[in-house]
Design a protein around this ligand. Structure first.
Ligand SMILES: *[C@@H]1O[C@H](CO)[C@@H](O)[C@H](O)[C@H]1NC(C)=O
Ligand SMILES: *[C@@H]1O[C@H](CO)[C@@H](O)[C@H](O)[C@H]1NC(C)=O
Ligand SMILES: *[C@@H]1O[C@H](CO)[C@@H](O)[C@H](O)[C@H]1NC(C)=O
Ligand SMILES: *[C@@H]1O[C@H](CO)[C@@H](O)[C@H](O)[C@H]1NC(C)=O
Ligand SMILES: *[C@@H]1O[C@H](CO)[C@@H](O)[C@H](O)[C@H]1NC(C)=O
Length: 363
């Protein structure tokens, strides 16, 4: 049986690579002689000791270096895209706030590149920069020729850089273009299942999501060969995973999640619900999957739930068992999203604090 053959190959790989992963440690540290110092990097032991900063200052994250408490420099507030909430015209990229939503440029009227290619156009439009006099142009329908995904309707992309195709169109065991199956986890939005598999001979197909077969979660590992998915018995293959160091006091490493694992699949499910809510269509095409659009239409607690799972899926297992000091400095957004999800406080002001994420672009 092909499944057994694969097991055998994996067992051989396991014996052949003996190199154990050694992870640097991150933990709350002792008070340092210089009160302003917040990270002490001990290069001999490759350990990072973190202490807190006084109010009004923050600790800039460093990699293998000391750090000092710093006063934040005020950054200009992000301005909102067409379709997002605003309170005054100066809040909007286009400089026009109409009935609490930023207005954009209408179809067939001139547009130009701004903070992103299509930022000035109304929802449902992109700025056709290939024209000598660019104008806002309707997004392209399913199966229409395209060159980039932002030309295609919400919930679709420019498949194989050839034509617009709605996400989730390709059923299991159908082929998918190799150019659309390149992520290390085999995540592909064009697959109905979200999972593709690349045979390595030029053929890629959509399949059921791979899952972790480990007895515990998170699963601590010492080398990458320990991180292998379940076997898809129809095609007799498993996915090779990765053993990744987390930033914690134990210096432990964990196997990354596969597409079918709990956090990853929850993130996909939350983005699908967003897609089906009809709200992305109200936002500018460049902003439809960002915190700005989420927070303009979803209840704040739900918007943050999406951001929290997106963050967890994108960063797993880096934050696993990290202590508070480490979370504060290295996983600031984790704490922000965690504290806001499920809470009912409305928080339009967080719009500016939140880094922009583009959905479904993990790894
Ligand atoms: C880092 O901080 C420690 C403790 O304050 C100090 O002894 C060491 O010289 C610093 N290292 C560097 C490269 O500045
Ligand atoms: C972006 O658009 C606004 C409004 O049209 C304009 O004031 C601003 O100068 C533009 N910025 C860039 C970089 O084009
Ligand atoms: C887009 O076309 C594909 C391929 O024909 C089809 O499977 C899919 O359902 C279409 N999407 C929509 C939204 O009609
Ligand atoms: C994807 O595009 C390449 C060249 O652009 C082409 O050779 C290939 O056949 C396409 N694949 C599919 C599945 O459409
Ligand atoms: C690649 O391998 C798969 C699985 O063995 C097979 O189904 C497919 O036909 C192969 N493709 C090519 C182009 O050889």
């Amino acid at each position: 049986m092909s499944g057994e053959k694969i097991m055998l190959i994996l067992a051989v790989a396991f014996l052949a690579s003996g190199q154990s992963i050694i992870c640097p440690k991150f933990q709350c540290g002792p008070t340092l002689p210089n009160a302003n110092q917040c990270i002490y990097y001990d290069s001999t032991n490759k350990a990072t000791y973190i202490s807190s900063c006084s109010k009004g200052t923050y600790c800039p994250a460093t990699a293998q270096a000391n750090s000092t408490c710093t006063t934040p420099t005020p950054t200009p507030a992000n301005r909102a895209y067409p379709g997002e909430k605003c309170s005054s015209s100066s809040n909007c990229i286009t400089g026009s706030c109409v009935k609490n939503y930023c207005a954009g440029i209408s179809v067939s009227l001139p547009c130009s590149l701004n903070i992103s290619s299509n930022a000035l156009c109304d929802s449902g439009l992109y700025c056709d920069l290939t024209l000598s006099n660019p104008v806002c142009t309707p997004l392209k329908a399913n199966l229409t020729a395209c060159t980039t995904s932002y030309q295609c309707l919400y919930g679709s992309g420019c498949y194989n850089s050839t034509y617009c195709l709605s996400y989730g169109s390709i059923p299991n065991y159908n082929t998918i273009a190799g150019s659309e199956c390149t992520s290390s986890t085999g995540y592909s939005p064009y697959c109905q299942s979200g999972q593709c598999y690349n045979f390595g001979n030029g053929t890629s197909i959509c399949v059921e999501p791979f899952k972790s077969p480990y007895p515990t979660s998170p699963f601590q590992c010492y080398e990458t060969s320990a991180c292998v998915s379940n076997i898809n018995t129809k095609i007799g293959v498993a996915m090779q995973g990765t053993c990744t160091c987390a930033k914690n006091a134990q210096g432990s490493a964990y196997c990354k999640e596969f597409v079918g694992d709990p956090i990853f699949s929850k993130a996909i499910q939350l983005w699908e619900a967003w897609e089906n809510s009809g709200y992305p269509q109200k936002c500018n095409i460049d902003a439809a999957y960002t915190p700005g659009c989420l927070l303009s239409y979803y209840k704040s607690s739900l918007a943050y739930e999406v951001l929290f799972y997106n963050y967890k899926a994108s960063n797993y297992p880096l934050y696993v068992n990290a202590d508070d000091c480490t979370l504060n400095v290295y996983f600031n957004d984790y704490l922000l999203y965690a504290s806001q999800q499920g809470s009912s406080s409305s928080s339009g002001n967080f719009l500016v604090a939140v880094a922009s994420v583009i959905a479904l672009s993990w790894f």
